[in-house]
Design a protein around this ligand. Sequence first.
Ligand code: IPE
Ligand code: IPE
Ligand code: MG
Length: 250
Amino acid sequence: MKSYKENIDFNNLPRHIAVIMDGNGRWAKKKGAMRIFGHKNAIQAVKDVTEGCGELGIKYLTLYAFSTENWSRPKAEIDGLMELLVSTLKQEIKTLMDNQVKLKTIGDTSNLPIDCQKNLAWAIDQTKNNSGLTLVLALSYSGRWEIIKATKAIAAEIEQGKIKASDINESLFENYLQTSGIPDPELLIRTSGELRVSNFLLWQIAYSELYITPTLWPDFRKEHLYEAIWSYQQRERRFGKTSEQLNPVS
Ligand code: IPE
Ligand code: IPE
Ligand code: MG
C-alpha cells in the first residue's frame, strides 16, 4: 500500500504541529487492562511521532501530556504518569541527543513532583544546543492558566511603569505566553475522536487546522502522522479572506 508520505508536499509542511494525545485509558480498557497500561503503551506513539516529525524537518512538536485538569484524576494514575515521565526521560535521552531533538516544557511545572522537575531540568539542559526538532511537552498546562499568567505579568509591568496599557497588542501579549518565540501551530491533531480542545493552547490555535482521528493514541504511528499532514495540505487556509482573493484568475 502506498504511504501518505509519498503525497506530502515538502514545500508546504507545517512548522509547528500540536497534538492532544488522547485515548490511553480507552485503549487499555479495550484490552481489559488498567489505565496505566495504556499510558505505558503511549510511549511508542510519542517516539514514532517525534521521530517522524524530525525526519520530515518539522521545527516544533508540542505534545499535551498532562493538563491542569488532569490533577483531578485518581492519585495512583497521576503517580504512575509522573513515574513514567521520569523513566522515559532517562531511557530516551540518548535518542534525543542522536536525533538532535531539543526538549522544552510549557505549563506550571513547579507543581510536578521534585524528581520530575529535576529530570526535566537535566534533559532540557542536556539537549539545549541541539539543532533539530524542538519537542515541547505541555505538563500541568492549560490555556486559561497560561493566559491568566501572561495577563498578571503584563499588569505587573504596567504597575511598575515599564510598559503602558496602550502598548498591549497581539505581538506584545505573545511575549508573555509560555510559547513565546514559537510560531503558532498550523496543525492541531487530536486522537480518539473527542471533538473538543480541552483547554489546550487556546490563544495559539486561533487559526490552526484541526485534524481529529478516531485512532487511540497508543495506536498512533508515523503513517497516521503523514495522513494528518497530507489532510492539512488539502485545506485552503483563508484567514478570513475569500477563496477568490487567494486564487485570482489572471
Ligand atoms: C490521554 O489519555 C493521556 C492523558 C490525559 C494523560 P486518557 O488517559 O485521557 O485516555 P482516555 O481519554 O480516558 O481514553
Ligand atoms: C486532554 O485529554 C489532556 C491531555 C491529553 C493531556 P483529557 O482526556 O484530559 O481531556 P477531556 O477531559 O476528555 O476533555
Ligand atoms: Mg482522555
